[in-house]
Design a protein. Structure first.
Length: 199
């Protein structure tokens, strides 16, 4: 069974995925996998340079500060970049699903991503868990989380812009969904119990 975990920025997807990993479940992290593909696949590198210019890679490494600045300023570039990478992640997970099906795998694999609909990954999932939390709670969490980190440029304006860009991602998914609320009233382990009891 392949189960998606999604939700807007700061909803707590990664925190829930961490608890699932702690309990021994397999986690496929789409952002992480996309970064590996961007680093490893020469065709992807070629296309990213064609889209964003040679500066998109610095000393053969993906130049995240440059790319972030460009795509934040031009949303159509972000869309083009996503459209370039999504099919690679889709193909990668599809191969895993084919392999699992051929082996008759019965264990649960959780797939974490903020964008199932746009990437088509919802078509590979049996169910998707949507994690939700109030907007102000999510903003506060992201500010707290990223204040000292490499994302310290993620100010309120950028968080709201990202929320706005994500707002249609959680509707009309191609598989059944389960909704859980991570607003602080329940511990993460209890939310995970709630999820597992519904699968
Ligand atoms: P993103 O889309 O930005 O990756 P996310 O949905 O994966 O966000 P997390 O990174 O899991 O969200 O959570 C955001 C921050 O909020 C983290 O620092 C996390 O530790 C914290 N957090 C998540 N859930 C809770 C909670 N129930 N109580 C307190 N802090 C929480």
């Amino acid at each position: 069974m392949i189960i998606g975990i999604t939700g807007g920025i700061g909803s707590g997807k990664s925190t829930i995925a961490k608890e699932l990993a702690y309990r021994g479940f397999g986690i496929y992290n789409c952002d992480k996998r996309a970064k590996e593909i961007i680093a490893e696949e020469s065709i992807v590198q070629f296309r990213i340079k064609r889209l964003l210019g040679k500066k998109a890679y610095k000393d053969n490494h993906y130049n995240i500060p440059y790319v972030s600045k460009r795509v934040f300023a031009e949303p159509e570039l972000l869309q083009a970049l996503n459209e370039l990478i999504h099919p690679w992640v889709y193909k990668d997970l599809q191969d895993i699903k084919i392999f699992r099906d051929s082996r008759g795998a019965t264990d649960k694999l959780f797939v974490e991503s903020a964008v199932f609909k746009e990437s088509g990954l919802d078509k590979l999932c049996d169910k998707i868990v949507i994690v939700d939390a109030p907007v102000e709670t999510r903003i506060r969490r992201v500010l707290d989380r990223d204040y000292y980190g490499k994302n310290s440029a993620l100010n309120i304006e950028r968080i709201r812009a990202r929320m706005n860009a994500q707002k249609d991602s959680l509707t009309d998914l191609h598989c059944p969904t389960i909704r859980v609320t991570n607003d602080g009233s329940l511990e993460i382990k209890d939310i995970v119990d709630q999820i597992l009891s519904q699968l």
